[in-house]
Design a protein around this ligand. Structure first.
Ligand code: SF4
Length: 327
């Protein structure tokens, strides 16, 4: 059904024009993406309700992306890598036993100062678990002074001096992203450890009560769509708006032995900095194949290198599509 609509509506478009088509089921987004790849049209955006398609291939794969999704618009910083948990699918292989590989306050400050001029619009801080760092408050202060910032956490450490650290953080330029995988404890605890679901839910309540913007991110480890529906209903009941509910499938990276295969050829980059260097995407920050350069500075040059490699990958893919058409 959606394919017929795609053929009919895109054939009426001029080359380069775009159209948004409503979807009737989540599977239709996958069908539309496959159709675009086969026919040489460009999928610009897709969600559960609609797809936006451009007729023909993009002249520049970066300018065709939404501004906030262009490589470098969102800058990820891995603050440390060690974690109080050892989730069995962690893409960074974080755990209490993982060696701390800290970016450190001074390097984060230098990155944050350079970020606006390098085209960054948002900084995202991820751990392991950032709240085990003694200097997290300063790191967050430096990042929020430069740009809107999102801080990822498992939400389990909001007590004692760490609660005080949380309470001292700014509310206006900071979003807390807390991980919660399911509406009940079973699935979440199966991958993250017994008792972790209840502590994460308590953390969400604490963050909301403290007046923070809270986004909840779930990793789905099952194809059972009822799990996602139940989770979304649960998040609705907690007062998390739909736009702050992030549900993504498991990626086969790091400690995960199943899930989506994500490579530099298939992933739109989101520039990611660790203590080791600059990586293609946060899901690949423990994967040497996704290391772009060990030189973090100058930051604008590092971001430009990722963009250059992205254009090269897309050009290769387009050339292959012309040489080996699928239909
Ligand atoms: S998934 Fe998050 S909470 Fe779990 S081990 Fe990795 S960094 Fe820690």
């Amino acid at each position: 059904m959606v394919i017929l609509e795609l053929i009919e509506k895109t054939s009426a478009l001029a080359e380069g024009d775009t159209i948004t088509i409503p979807l009737h089921s989540p599977d239709e987004a996958d069908l539309a993406a496959a159709w675009c790849a086969r026919t040489g049209n460009t999928l610009i955006a897709a969600d559960h309700t609609s797809v936006t398609i451009r007729r023909g291939r993009p002249a520049d794969p970066i300018s065709d992306l939404p501004a906030d999704r262009r490589p470098g618009a969102r800058l990820w910083l891995y603050t440390n890598f060690d974690c109080n948990l050892a989730c069995d699918y962690c893409c960074a292989r974080s755990s209490p036993k993982a060696e701390r590989r800290a970016l450190g306050v001074d390097r984060v400050r230098e990155i944050a100062k350079a970020a606006p001029a390098a085209g960054v619009r948002e900084i995202l801080l991820t751990g392991g678990e950032p709240f085990i760092l003694p200097d997290l408050g300063q790191i967050v202060a430096d990042c929020t002074a430069a740009l809107p910032t999102t801080l990822l956490t498992n939400g389990m450490l909001f007590r004692g001096h760490r609660l005080q650290t949380l309470q001292a953080m700014p509310r206006d330029r900071l979003t807390l992203q807390i991980s919660l995988d399911s509406a009940t404890a079973d699935l979440h605890d199966a991958h993250r450890g017994k008792g972790t679901w209840a502590k994460a839910v308590a953390g969400i309540h604490t963050a909301l009560d403290e007046g923070f913007i809270v986004r909840v991110a779930a990793t789905l480890t099952t194809d059972d769509r009822s799990e996602e529906n139940e989770l979304r209903s649960f998040l609705d009941s907690l007062g998390i708006p739909q736009r702050h509910q992030v549900v993504r499938p498991l990626a086969r990276q790091g400690a995960a032995d199943s899930g989506l295969e994500l490579t530099v050829e298939t992933l739109i980059p989101e520039v990611t900095i660790t203590a080791e260097g600059v990586y293609w995407h946060p899901v690949g920050a423990d994967n040497d194949e996704q290391l772009v350069t060990r030189d973090i500075f100058p930051l604008d040059s590092a971001i430009a290198l990722v963009q250059e490699q992205f254009r090269a990958h897309r050009a290769t893919a387009d050339a292959a599509a012309r040489t080996f058409p699928c239909a």
